[in-house]
Design a protein around this ligand. Structure first.
Ligand SMILES: *[C@@H]1O[C@H](CO)[C@@H](O)[C@H](O)[C@H]1NC(C)=O
Ligand SMILES: *[C@@H]1O[C@H](CO)[C@@H](O)[C@H](O)[C@H]1NC(C)=O
Ligand SMILES: *[C@@H]1O[C@H](CO)[C@@H](O)[C@H](O)[C@H]1NC(C)=O
Length: 977
């Protein structure tokens, strides 16, 4: 103040004003001083968290980032995400002007903080995402000035007290994601200023929506997803004239949709999917602001309202899995904002709106499993952003629209089981039409469908040759053209098919030889060429394939089948090809040598020459041999020992001679896809080791040998309580022995499913007892930790690639240990001892992206682990949905149909006190098996969530979304292609 220019002090008036101002200033600064004391006190009582170190006595509170001042007094505290672990001290209400308090995202324990009742001016209170427990107190209405209250993401329980209806100033009431297990009161209907009401994700006792909620004239948001609602949607909700967002997803609501809902002028989102709503969709529609309508997975019947064609802002129209019939109003095809049209699995008929796609930027189009006839709309991709065309299982006919050939964005096309006819027009595969093609060769990689991953057009009437252009699609992973009338030869230039994993051309009229190039597809897993007219030999290159399924039956193939397939795993792969032969007698094919003798009768002159030559060679050989025998005998002993090479990773109390001598049938404890497993006493003290013997009949190629050695080296050095220790590796040219620590209780698979299969496995009776839930839970945690370590804590992350319950071993304490990282998988392709069950055993565990990309990451392990979690929670086998669905698909179906989780859990061990944990594990299994890898949590998250829900888990920060399976629902419906 001394710096003020003195001339301002000249008049008495100015002087007195100045005195007044300075007085006021003193009052304020005194106030600030006391407030500073209060705040420093508060900081102390909050345990001095490092996050608010800037609160110190040398600066003014109004300069502290967490403090909001209005006219020099403290009006608000922004203390979200500050690592606060103490209860809220009463001191906070010494701040007389406090109106705003945000303590969200901390670790504040205890019951609802009643001390805040003294903060009489408080109008905004955010306690969300903390560790609060217990009920909301009955006298909550003491906080009478409250306008906004956020309590979501805590563990509040009990009922919501009726006196909450006295908080008449309330505009926001967020109570979602808690553990309320009582009721919610009708008095909420008295909150005449309420704009947002969120009760979602609570297990209330089953209740209907109170009629009184219809009085909330200012309500914009009503969010009661998964809140255990029953009964009908009250007609009174039609009075919610301000309503913009209505979400009642995943409840048990039944009856009709009130007519009035579709007359609410402000409604923009209407989410009612996954209930039991029935009756017709209201036909009079005036909700012209609607952008999203999702009524999927109900029991609605009748037709799609004509009036939907008036909804100029509509982006999402999702009506799948209902009983809707009739035609789709053509006006829907004219909607300017429509991006997703999903009506699959209904009884819709007639012709699809012919202009669909022409006026909007359509991204998703799924009309499968209906009775549509006529043509597919011509302009679906006019907006240039179409990702999927799914029209399978209808009666569509005519040609596939030429225009789809120019659709760069397409990712999936599924047209199977229709009556499409004609050749697939060549133009459909390339930007350039045929005229252009003649003028200039296609530069590599400009095919219009360059990004196409899946093309499925099975069971139509397509004819002509397989279009050559299809071979230039580098990302194509699934090509399914079975059940058509394609003819001519297979294309032989297929070097672009770097990503192809599934190829099905069965049931066509294809002929000629199978080109050698088909044996060089690096990632092919599934190949079906059956029921065609292929002739000639199977290319020897097929030996390089890593197939899990092969069918060449019912062709005219001849010659010897490649060695790799000469075993029982392929006993159905070569049926009905009368000229094929095999060396091994197991396949029911004629013996090649007999065949050779029979078929190749040589002319007698040649025969004589060959005879003379052979005799000469024979004599020479005998003489040379005589000279060599002595030498050989001397070296033999030496060589036998040298043939085995031991690589050890720790001090061993056995030698390779111990091990080699004990590889006998008596010690055999199992055999699987990659070899046999022996239990061998490693010393006199009676300790055992498990020895896995892996064959590779042919000499391993040098590269693989090196890879194997490198991987063994990495695994040998890993020490983790949940990973089976690899003690050493003993290798020779023809087989590898991996010596592991022996696990008393063998594999989880045997404990979970052994009883069902014990007859075929001849296992001992211990597996007849049931693994109780606490043990299963402990196994889940242990296995998760093992995988988490491999993914996140190794210097280079290691992906297992074959997580399954048979690779989770159990020690004498039933602690889980993960076995077989990578190694077996690497060798199984080389070895010959496949058995179908071993290969098929992994089926239920394979992440869907395996089918369409080879660039997999550790999320494939998360998927497989999710299946293990589902096995633990349900007791079901991984491939046990029904004959076409896996356990994961089954679980998602149950979830999709709104079946209570408890009904899915393992009956044998289900006890009330375990339900919560079992449910969590089931839900976690669901999230882990989400079809989008990016949506799956990391193993770190998985391990953390499990640890936190264990009885002795000490939790850290919640992530909020961790148990919300439901929000994923929107995406999961049809992503699996
Ligand atoms: C909270 O604590 C964690 C772990 O100690 C730390 O990483 C984080 O930075 C802290 N947050 C704040 C806001 O200080
Ligand atoms: C608050 O609500 C309760 C029950 O809803 C009612 O009995 C009581 O009179 C109300 N109190 C005040 C102060 O309005
Ligand atoms: C909240 O509930 C979850 C789920 O039951 C539980 O894991 C967690 O320990 C609870 N937290 C507190 C602080 O009670």
């Amino acid at each position: 103040m001394s710096k003020l220019p003195l001339q301002f002090l000249k008049t008495p008036l100015l002087l007195s004003i100045l005195v007044l101002v300075s007085l006021a200033f003193q009052v304020i600064s005194q106030n600030v001083n006391t407030e500073k004391t209060i705040l420093l006190n508060l900081k102390q009582q909050l345990g001095n968290p490092p996050s608010i170190q800037s609160w110190n006595s040398s600066s003014s509170p109004c300069d502290w980032p967490e403090v909001i001042c209005v006219e020099g007094t403290v009006a608000g505290l922004e203390l979200d995400d500050k690592n606060i672990t103490e209860t809220i001290p009463a001191t906070v209400c010494d701040l007389k002007y406090l109106t705003y308090l945000n303590l969200s995202w901390n670790y504040i324990p205890g019951g609802f903080p009643k001390v805040l009742y003294d903060c009489t001016k408080l109008d905004y209170l955010d306690l969300s995402q903390n560790y609060f427990v217990g009920p909301i107190p009955d006298d909550i209405d003491k906080l009478s000035s409250l306008k906004h209250i956020h309590l979501e993401g805590n563990n509040f329980t009990g009922s919501i007290p009726p006196r909450i209806g006295n908080l008449t100033e309330l505009q926001t009431l967020y109570l979602h994601q808690n553990q309320f297990n009582g009721t919610f009161p009708k008095e909420i209907g008295k909150l005449s200023n309420l704009e947002e009401l969120a009760l979602a994700f609570n297990e209330f006792v089953p209740s209907s929506i109170h009629v009184e909620f219809g009085q909330l004239k200012k309500l914009k948001l009503l969010w009661m997803r998964l809140a255990n609602l029953i009964g009908e949607i009250p007609e009174s909700l039609s009075n919610l004239s301000s309503l913009e967002h209505l979400d009642l997803v995943g409840n048990d609501l039944e009856g009709k949709i009130p007519d009035g809902l579709f007359l609410l002028k402000n409604l923009t989102y209407l989410y009612l999917f996954q209930n039991k709503l029935s009756g017709e969709i209201p036909q009079r529609v005036e909700t012209l602001n609607l952008t999203d309508i999702d009524l999927a997975m109900n029991q609605l019947n009748g037709s799609i309202p004509e009036d939907f064609g008036k909804l100029k802002k509509l982006q999402l129209l999702s009506l799948f899995e209902n009983h809707l019939s009739g035609e789709v109003p053509p006006s829907i095809g004219l909607l300017p904002a429509l991006t997703a049209f999903k009506v699959f699995t209904n009884n819709l008929s007639g012709v699809l709106p012919p202009k669909m796609g022409l006026y909007s930027r359509l991204e998703e189009f799924d009309v499968s499993t209906n009775q549509f006839r006529g043509q597919l709309p011509e302009n679906l991709c006019a907006g240039g952003v179409l990702k999927g065309v799914v029209a399978s299982e209808n009666r569509l006919s005519g040609q596939v629209p030429q225009s789809l050939g120019n659709c760069n964005s397409l990712h999936s096309v599924q047209l199977y089981s229709n009556n499409f006819s004609g050749e697939i027009p060549a133009g459909i595969w390339t930007v350039f039409n045929m005229t252009y093609l003649r003028l200039s060769p296609i530069p590599p990689g400009v095919s219009s469908w360059e990004k196409l991953v899946v093309f499925k057009a099975s069971n139509n009437l397509f004819s002509g040759e397989i279009p050559a252009e299809i071979t230039s699609l580098p990302y194509l992973s699934n090509l399914l053209l079975d059940g058509n009338q394609f003819s001519g030869q297979l294309p032989s230039k297929i070097t672009s098919w770097k990503s192809l994993t599934s190829l099905n051309l069965s049931r066509n009229n294809l002929s000629g030889q199978i080109p050698n190039a088909f044996g060089s597809l690096p990632d092919l897993l599934y190949l079906d060429l059956s029921q065609n007219h292929f002739s000639g030999e199977i290319p020897p290159e097929f030996d390089q394939l890593k197939l899990i399924f092969l069918n060449l039956s019912s062709n005219r193939l001849s010659g010897k089948i490649p060695d790799q397939f000469d075993n029982l795993a392929y006993d159905n792969s070569f049926l009905n090809n009368s000229k094929l032969c095999a060396v091994n007698p197991v396949l029911n094919l004629p013996d090649c040598y007999t065949k050779l003798r029979d078929s190749k009768k040589l002319p007698s002159k040649t025969l004589a020459l060959v005879l003379v030559f052979t005799v000469t060679i024979f004599l020479v050989t005998i003489i040379v041999s005589l000279f060599m025998v002595r030498d050989y005998q001397r070296k033999k002993a030496k060589r036998d020992l040298a043939a085995w090479k031991l690589t050890s990773f720790q001090r061993l109390d056995f030698t390779e001679a111990n091990i080699l001598a004990s590889l006998t049938e008596n010690n055999l404890i199992g055999s699987g896809g990659s070899g046999k497993v022996y239990r061998i006493a490693s010393n006199r003290a009676g300790d055992f080791v498990a020895v896995k013997r892996i064959w590779n009949n042919d000499k391993m190629d040098h590269k693989l040998e090196k890879e194997f050695a490198a991987e063994v080296q990495i695994l040998g050095t890993i020490r983790h309580a949940n990973i089976v220790k690899l003690l050493c590796c003993i290798s020779s040219e023809s087989s590898k022995l991996l010596v592991y620590e022996y696990m008393e209780n063998q594999s989880l698979d045997r404990w979970l499913h052994g009883r069902n299969r014990s007859s075929s496995m001849g296992t001992s009776s211990v597996y007849h007892s049931v693994l109780d839930w606490p043990t299963r839970f402990q196994i889940a945690i242990g296995a998760a930790q093992g995988l988490c370590y491999m993914h996140h804590d190794c210097s280079t992350p290691i992906i297992h690639r074959d997580v399954k319950s048979s690779n989770i071993l159990l020690d004498s304490e039933f602690q889980a240990r993960i076995a077989d990282f990578g190694l077996a998988k690497m060798l199984v392709k080389q070895g010959e001892a496949h058995t179908m069950s071993a290969v098929a055993g992994s089926f239920g565990y394979i992440a869907p992206e395996y089918a369409y990309t080879t660039r997999v990451n550790e999320k494939i392990d998360v998927y497989s682990f999710g299946v293990v979690l589902l096995e633990l929670a349900t007791g079901r086998e991984p491939n046990s949905g029904d004959e076409h669905t896996s356990l994961a698909e089954w679980a998602w179906q149950q979830f999709g149909q709104g079946k209570p989780v408890v009904d899915c859990l393992d009956q044998e061990i289900k006890e009330p006190c375990f339900l919560q944990q079992m449910t969590t594990v089931f839900n976690l299994g669901l999230i882990c098996t989400h079809s989008l890898p990016s949506t799956r949590p990391s193993m770190k998250d998985v391990s953390e969530i499990l640890r936190r829900c264990s009885p002795d888990g000490n939790g850290e920060k919640k992530t909020g979304a961790e148990f919300d399976v439901a929000p994923l629902l929107g995406n999961v419906t049809r992503l699996s292609i």
